[in-house]
Design a protein. Structure first.
Length: 324
């Protein structure tokens, strides 16, 4: 019996999609790439030829295709509202790059519309589907090293060229919607359902029209989480958890290549007391496999709700953040 596959089309293909998303779809046994739309004709021709899929000459022509279940959006955040709304109108579920939407009311509205049509809108936080993150969460949930006292999530990197979309205010660029979103997502998920916003600060620079960094504190009844992010610093990509009996360090926590040998270090009093060898994994392929495993059972509503919770927390960070 032939395998039933999820039919997906991709919109706005840039470096990230070319390097990570399209190869992951082609590897995933449960996904079928129907076609691609992007304004860059050279990229469109190259990628559709490479993957043997359809060429769409407009976003609307992609949406009019009846044999598409999910649309993957790799466009800037500032374009997402209109594109997601159109996808829902045409009866397509959506996998959208982070940050999905720039405001909580818009996120809540669009998710409501999607769920009413038995569709989902999911934010592509791929780190959640790596076995390193699963191992970290299991270690915390097991209380092996006691109650977590403090969680630190850090993500930042040197400045990119100033013409990069991350620096364009009109496209909802900025460090908070980019690197910061990862740290806030991880902190929320590690703290659990009762995670709440406490404090934030946003860093500005006259050279840029968007924020270039920030910090936020979230908490639950027993644990605080400090999130830090920055454009224009040395590279950092880490989750650290201070527990009652040890310090847990998860390096390359958010972004990593499929060939990266992941591990988690546990230290006490400056000495490594446990090394958890996690190994290699492709979190993009795992993300698509997760979607496929739940799609036909209609059990992806939790991902739509996750998007709304993330949007609400981001809005709190941005609305309450003092500027520095």
């Amino acid at each position: 019996m032939s395998r039933i596959k999820i039919r997906i089309a991709c919109c706005s293909i840039g470096k990230h999609a070319i390097k990570n998303i399209l190869p992951a779809i082609s590897i995933c046994e449960d996904m079928h790439l129907v076609g691609i739309y992007t304004r860059n004709q050279v990229i469109l021709d190259e990628q559709t030829k490479l993957y043997g899929c359809k060429t769409f000459l407009s976003f609307e022509s992609l949406l009019q295709q009846s044999d598409i279940d999910i649309v993957y959006l790799s466009s800037p955040t500032g374009l997402h509202e209109e594109q997601i709304r159109l996808c829902i109108e045409y009866g397509k579920s959506v996998l959208v790059e982070k940050t999905a939407l720039p405001s909580f009311p818009i996120a809540a509205e669009l998710v409501k519309l999607a769920l009413e049509k038995q569709l989902f809108v999911m934010e592509a936080f791929m780190y959640r589907f790596h076995k390193q993150y699963a191992a970290l969460k299991n270690l915390i949930d097991s209380n092996k090293y006691g109650q977590p006292l403090r969680i630190e999530c850090e993500f930042g990197f040197p400045h990119l060229p100033q013409n990069d979309i991350r620096y364009k205010k009109s496209l909802c660029g900025g460090a908070t919607f980019d690197a910061g979103a990862y740290t806030i997502s991880a902190a929320r998920n590690l703290l659990g359902a009762d995670a709440s916003f406490q404090w934030s600060i946003l860093k500005k620079d006259k050279q840029f029209e968007v924020d270039i960094g920030g910090m936020a504190i979230l908490s639950n009844a027993k644990t605080e989480a400090v999130c830090s992010w920055h454009f224009g610093g040395s590279y950092i990509n880490k989750i650290s958890i201070w527990c009652e009996e040890a310090h847990i360090i998860c390096d390359r926590a958010f972004s990593k290549a499929p060939e990266f040998e992941s591990q988690i270090l546990v230290e006490n009093n400056g000495q490594v007391i446990e090394t958890i060898l996690v190994g290699k994994a492709n979190h993009f392929v795992n993300m698509f496999s997760f979607i496929a495993s739940r799609y036909f059972h209609g059990s992806l509503n939790s991902e739509s709700n996750e998007l709304v919770l993330q949007s609400a927390m981001l809005e709190s960070v941005l609305r309450n953040g003092a500027e520095k």
